[in-house]
Design a protein around this ligand. Structure first.
Ligand code: ZN
Length: 120
């Protein structure tokens, strides 16, 4: 069983290996990558963005058995000067670049999860 002793199944290469919080239920076995995080708490903006590759290898739903990106984005901003808007845009652009990198990692994770091709 997964739990404090770790996952039952071996982790894929992209998994950060943190399984200590998981329930002692086989169906809940979950792999999760190191998340891409953007967090800003200031008088001007309150931003929390997180995205990570996750996989439930033993889930009943087939689509949950394939690695996918789970994302949460919450942002509230009161940008009073044009320079604040530009700074906010730059921050989001940087985060978007990291999401593009995560997309490439997801592509590799999904290829790695497929059964090997037979022939050619
Ligand atoms: Zn894992």
């Amino acid at each position: 069983m997964s739990g404090p002793d770790g996952p039952l199944l071996p982790c894929p290469p992209w998994c950060a290996g943190n399984h200590s919080w998981q329930e002692l239920d086989l169906a809940d076995e979950r792999h999760e990558s190191v998340p891409v995080v953007l967090e800003l708490r200031s008088a001007l903006a309150d931003v929390e963005a997180l995205a990570a590759i996750v996989q439930y290898p033993l889930a009943a739903r087939p689509e949950a058995r394939m690695p996918y990106v789970w994302a949460r984005h919450v942002a509230t901003a009161a940008l009073r000067r044009p320079a604040d808007v530009v700074a906010f845009a730059d921050m989001l652009t940087g985060y978007a670049g990291r999401l593009r990198e995560l997309a490439a990692e997801l592509a590799l994770a999904q290829v790695g999860d497929r059964p090997p091709h037979s022939g050619s």
